[in-house]
Write a protein that binds this ligand. Structure first.
Ligand code: PLP
Length: 380
């Protein structure tokens, strides 16, 4: 039996989402720009999905634009915001623990003449407010800070950043990459106070290849992909109706009992931590604020070896993040972890479908790994 505990890398598509996509490929396959009835039906499906995603995000439909993924939405947010604000200043603040979708965009902005401050995290992965206060300048035009860190689950108090910006009289735009927080924490776009917010479908049981950017009403973000003028001219390209409809369904399903799902994932996390108390080799990283992410190191057991061993038992986890494959985690490095702990790091990430049996299988696998690779808690 498969024990999939790598839900921050991606999730299994839920039946409702799959059915919606299939319907759009087999029956309602029109192009939303066509004027005939098949086109109108496709347009209606995109509108219905936008309503579903907007409801889950607590925003207005017209504040949401579909993209091809979270990465595109992050790129668009950074490039668009800087293009819009370039005349006011050229300073950007982000964090050293962002996803590559933000970090690489920030690097490109540097090559375009922007100055970027990368805030180091606190030792538990949290957002360092005093460093932020010190970094904020009159010419700061954008602050981009992720809502939930994808490797350790640290949660950024985005609302507090907004309040600090206001208190300092800053006109900087605020972007948050909420890919790992969406339908994992109770929030709305308005409650966070962000101007721009990124979400992605495949982290919430929709297929890969669809995301969205929330753009606060009134903000005139320049388009990133230009062409036929779809998505109100903000994101050209024929809409991927199957993926968009599937995204909408996943939001509907994921929003049905968010509180219950959060409670369930948090309980599984706690249950895992309890089981890990027997392991002298285990170190847990981060403050554990997000309900669904658990970062740990099994000292003496290199991540790659442990992952293979777990895989042979049909238990699936990541080393750090799935995207950091082959590289030492920049997040754990920024948190000041030792190279040994980084090399032995594992990320366990839950979804509402996981059970205690999944955790038991994980603990058994880790026990086996520790017995083989790090007997008696030997440290490397
Ligand atoms: N931002 C974060 C925090 C992520 O975890 C990911 C994916 O792992 C992304 C952005 C990129 O999203 P996508 O895979 O949809 O491009």
């Amino acid at each position: 039996m498969m024990h999939y505990l790598d839900n921050s890398a991606t999730t299994r598509v839920c039946p409702e989402s799959r059915a919606a996509a299939m319907r759009c490929m087999e029956e309602d396959f029109g192009n939303p720009s066509s004027v005939h009835s098949l086109g109108i039906r496709a347009e209606e499906l995109v509108a219905a999905a936008r309503e579903q995603v907007a409801k889950a995000l607590g925003c207005a439909r017209e504040e949401l634009t579909f993209t091809s993924c979270g990465t595109e939405a992050d790129n668009w947010a950074l490039f668009g915001a800087c293009e819009l604000m370039a005349r006011r200043g050229k300073h950007v603040i982000t964090t050293a623990v962002e996803h590559a979708a933000v970090l690489q965009a920030a690097k490109r902005l540097e090559r375009r003449g922007f100055e970027v401050t990368y805030l180091s995290p606190l030792a538990d992965g949290g957002f360092d407010f005093s460093a932020f206060e010190a970094a904020l300048r009159e010419d700061t035009v954008l602050v981009s800070a992720m809502l939930v860190n994808n490797e350790v689950g640290a949660v950024t108090p985005v609302r507090r950043i907004r309040e600090r910006l206001r208190a300092r009289g800053s006109e900087a735009l605020l972007h948050t990459d909420a890919v790992q927080g969406f339908l994992k924490l109770p929030f709305s776009a308005a409650s966070l106070g962000a101007d721009l917010l990124t979400v992605s479908g495949h982290k919430i049981h929709a297929p890969k290849g669809v995301g969205a950017l929330y753009v606060r009403r009134g903000l005139k973000l320049p388009p990133f992909v230009v062409g036929g003028g779809q998505e109100r001219g903000l994101r050209s390209g024929t809409e991927s109706v199957p993926l968009i409809a599937a995204f909408g369904e996943a939001c509907r399903v994921g929003g049905r009992d968010l509180e219950g799902d959060i409670r369930h994932m948090r309980e599984l996390r706690e249950y895992t931590l309890e089981g890990l108390r027997d392991f002298p080799q285990v170190r847990v990283h981060g403050s554990g604020e997000a309900p669904h992410i658990l970062s740990l190191s099994l000292r003496g057991c290199p991540s790659e070896v442990t992952i293979r061993l777990l895989e042979s038992r049909e238990v699936y986890v990541s080393a750090g993040s799935a995207c950091s494959r082959g590289h030492r985690s920049h997040v754990l490095e920024a948190m000041g972890l030792s190279p040994e702990d980084i090399d032995c790091a594992l990320r366990v990430s839950f979804c509402p479908e996981n059970t205690r049996e999944d955790v038991d299988a994980l603990l058994e696998g880790l026990r086996d790994a520790a017995a083989r690779l790090a007997p008696r808690g030997r440290r490397r």
